[in-house]
Design a protein around this ligand. Structure first.
Ligand SMILES: [Fe+2]
Ligand SMILES: [Fe+2]
Length: 174
């Protein structure tokens, strides 16, 4: 039995993740500017870190290997994985710090910059290559979705992660 999902294909699913994380970064920036409490800032930062950890994991386990295989563009995927490593190092630093510590907000801002640059490259290069390859992007979307659900439930709902797009939202867009 195949899973019914509200994403058109793998690129749509992954880019929806990007947009949700982008919203969380904007929320963090607002909290930073308005001097939100350490607890509030930490909650947003933890949500960002958890969402990105799952996102990078499903890309590395499922999407990147499929694009690598279909395009043979090792340099492109090696570069993307290096950028993931950079993000993981920043996530580890943020998770090892307290929100009242000097440099906490700057570290989250640095992660925001790194992720936004990575997302731009992913859209312009990896997603484009994937679309022009013979990859079954719809089939991949189901694999990505199922793996994401498994990782989310393993995380136990703390911190709360952005919810998935629903079929109703999809109808509104079309
Ligand atoms: Fe991504
Ligand atoms: Fe990525």
């Amino acid at each position: 039995m195949s899973t019914a999902i509200a994403y058109e294909d793998a690129v749509d699913l992954l880019d929806s993740d990007h947009k949700l994380v982008q919203k969380l970064f904007i929320q963090f920036q607002t909290q930073h500017e308005f001097g939100a409490s350490p607890d509030d800032r930490r909650m947003t930062a933890e949500r960002i870190c958890a969402a990105l950890t799952i996102h990078t994991q499903i890309e590395e386990e499922i999407f990147y290997p499929a694009v690598r295989e279909a395009t043979g563009d090792d340099a492109l995927l090696d570069h993307a994985e290096e950028e993931h490593q950079e993000a993981k190092d920043l996530i580890a630093r943020i998770q090892g710090m307290g929100p009242e510590e000097d440099g906490y907000d700057e570290c989250v801002q640095q992660l925001a910059g790194a992720i936004m640059a990575h997302v731009m490259e992913e859209r312009e290069r990896v997603f484009l290559q994937a679309r022009y390859s013979p990859l079954d992007l719809r089939g991949l979307a189901v694999a990505l979705f199922e793996r994401k659900q498994a990782l989310k439930s393993a995380a136990g709902g703390v911190p709360e992660l952005p919810s998935e797009k629903t079929p109703e939202q999809m109808e509104e867009q079309s």
